[in-house]
Ligand binder design. Structure first.
Ligand SMILES: [Fe+2]
Length: 293
């Protein structure tokens, strides 16, 4: 190769290299902690008029660990408090691996329980469970997490429902927490049976899950809104190409809001991460304003 040709090639490669390295820096150093608040106004059948405008905030997939830090979780909590939530829901994957993080994340979320009722559901990482047919490495994860959450006023719902009155006597709705879809104990029938007055004239019902593939197991049940996480929206989403990998079999539920015709289903893109990289899928806080349908 002539020296002149080499210099031309090198001159062309420098901008390409700059773009590549800037993108990598952005994906590792900027986007993983650049929180985005998604706001949705949802019309909910059976929601009492007295609960019109109810402010509900969802966090999911915090994955507290040595790479998802306490200050980052506390920043997210401050952002949630600024939304003046009347109900907070947390949809699984609170830790990645280290069970000491159950205590840490409970302490970091404790402020939320001082301003609103807070309910949580289990994620596969809370059982240290990566794949359905394999036994979880942390089978007592629900007990450990439930105890830490109870200590700070957060209620973990494992295939169990609760009647909630977020504005005192003004009106009620139901919150139902599913066990993780991959856990052997997953029993949605028991979860729905735990609620009184399950007829069509009953209260508006919000399901908290983790893996949106659980929708197949509950789609014949009566509820108005199901909230999931788990997918992280793929964590990397490339322009024109989308997310190369999303851990969810039903492509409808990769991220965001879906109206299935019978139910509203929302998949949160997650706050934390297992590997510190995000591109095109910023950490999410979801703010729902519920209105009577
Ligand atoms: Fe997750």
């Amino acid at each position: 190769m002539q020296r002149r040709d080499f210099l031309k090639m090198a001159a062309a490669a420098v901008p390409a290299g700059l773009v590549t390295s800037s993108t990598a820096v952005y994906a590792v150093a900027v986007e993983p902690t650049w929180i985005q608040v998604w706001s949705h106004r949802l019309a909910i059948p059976r929601l009492p008029a007295a609960l019109s405008g109810l402010s509900v905030v969802q966090l999911s997939d915090i994955h507290r660990s040595d790479i998802v830090s306490g200050p980052f979780v506390r920043e997210a909590v401050e952002r949630v408090l600024a939304l003046q939530p009347e109900l907070v829901v947390l949809t699984g994957d609170f830790i990645s691996g280290d069970t000491d993080c159950f205590r840490l994340v409970a302490d970091e979320l404790a402020l939320l329980a001082q301003v609103a009722p807070v309910f949580a559901s289990m994620g596969n990482h809370d059982y240290d469970h990566w794949y359905r047919p394999v036994a979880p490495r942390l089978p007592h994860g629900a007990q450990l997490l439930g105890e830490e959450f109870a200590r700070v006023g957060i209620e973990l719902l494992v295939d169990r429902g609760r009647v909630v009155a977020p504005r005192g006597d003004a009106g009620e709705l139901e919150v139902l927490g599913l066990d993780d879809f991959w856990h052997r104990g997953f029993d949605p029938t028991a979860a729905f049976r735990s609620l009184p007055g399950t007829g069509d004239a009953g209260r508006a019902r919000i399901v908290l899950g983790h893996n949106p593939d659980a929708y197949t197991a509950i789609q014949d049940q009566r509820f108005e809104l199901a909230l999931f996480g788990h997918t992280h929206g793929g964590q990397i989403s490339l322009p024109l190409f989308g997310a190369p990998y999303v851990p969810c079999e039903d492509p409808r539920f990769m991220s965001g809001l879906v109206d299935t015709g019978r139910h509203l289903v929302y998949t949160n893109r997650g706050l934390g991460y297992n590997r510190r990289v995000r591109f095109g899928v910023r950490p999410e806080i979801t703010h729902f304003t519920l209105l009577p349908a």
